[in-house]
Design a protein around this ligand. Structure first.
Ligand SMILES: Cc1cc2nc3c(=O)[nH]c(=O)nc-3n(C[C@H](O)[C@H](O)[C@H](O)COP(=O)(O)OP(=O)(O)OC[C@H]3O[C@@H](n4cnc5c(N)ncnc54)[C@H](O)[C@@H]3O)c2cc1C
Ligand code: FES
Length: 255
């Protein structure tokens, strides 16, 4: 798929919680075909420390309006600068990058699961699956009720199961301790979030013989398969997370 380098215009930047922002970007041209799981490389202007582009998942897409959304968690200088973007500002991006989630088989019982900022690619995936008439449920995990984001958006797509680590909303505990995993049988799980969480979900899926795809967030520099800094060890040898991923079937990963 051809890559584009483009200046997009910020149309809104909404703070969702202490460190999470959802930014809407308008393309000057018709958006290219975008698939759930793909990401963009964002240029962070105005800072010497952030000369490398930052990889960010495509959170949502509106083909009619020619807009896409990104969900940003502030963890360092680059993401902090992105959080300060205002309507009318310009953001230079390279896209679409990476592979995408594969589609479920007809009749598959599907679970979308993620925690914290890791929910970013799941909204686009959920909307896509819904448009293709696939049934799915959603299991989301957050540290506490103050950190829960976009629950209405996810609830409009399917049945949502919720965990918080302190039990302030939903079941107390981690994603992998939620009762839905004991009480229901899923055929396919899509997962994004911190690596320990994805490894725990992968362990559950392996044990229960469930097809599982995870979206990796390895550190990246070029984002186009040149610098080899995003290598992941797989049964097919070393692969680039940026071009062979970021989505991998857990069968491929040496976890
Ligand atoms: C495919 C992909 C999709 C991503 N999608 C999103 C997204 O939708 N929203 C979002 O907010 N972030 C996402 N990330 C992570 C994001 O790219 C990093 O958080 C960002 O590059 C950090 O830049 P910074 O300048 O703010 O922080 P830096 O100053 O570069 O780093 C600050 C701290 O964060 C750590 N860090 C940096 N990158 C990562 C990473 N990839 N994983 C774990 N720790 C990291 C550093 O080690 C350091 O401790 C994604 C990463 C990948 C590879
Ligand atoms: S980030 Fe450079 S090869 Fe993947």
């Amino acid at each position: 798929m051809a890559k584009r380098i483009e200046d997009l215009t910020v149309t809104s930047n909404r703070r969702l919680s202490a460190d999470l922002y959802v930014i809407e970007l308008l393309s000057p041209a018709t958006l290219p075909e975008l698939r759930p799981g793909q990401f963009i490389q964002v240029r962070v202007d105005g800072s010497r420390e952030t000369f490398l582009r930052r990889p960010v998942s495509i959170h949502d897409v509106d083909i009619q309006d020619n807009t896409l959304k990104i969900l940003i968690q502030v963890v360092g200088r680059g993401t902090e600068r992105l959080s300060l973007l205002r309507p009318g500002d310009s953001l230079n991006i390279i896209y679409p990058l990476g592979n995408s989630f594969s589609l479920p088989l007809p009749g598959d019982r599907v679970l979308l699961t993620g925690g914290g900022c890791g929910v970013a690619p799941l909204l686009f995936l959920g909307k896509y699956l819904k448009s293709e008439n696939h049934y799915f449920e959603i299991l989301l995990g957050f540290r506490n009720s103050q950190r829960i984001i976009e629950l209405d958006e996810y609830s409009s797509l399917g049945k949502v199961h919720l965990t918080t680590e302190d039990g302030s909303q939903g079941e107390k505990g981690f994603l992998t301790t939620h009762s839905v995993l004991k009480n229901e049988k899923f055929d396919r799980v899509y997962c994004c979030g911190p690596e320990p969480m994805m490894k725990a979900v992968a362990g559950y899926c392996k044990k229960n013989n469930i097809t599982c795809e995870v979206s990796l967030e390895n550190l990246m520099a070029c984002g186009i398969g040149v610098c080899l800094c995003c290598i992941v060890d797989t049964v097919r040898g070393n692969l680039c997370t940026c071009t062979d991923g970021p989505v991998f079937n857990i069968k491929e990963l040496k976890w």
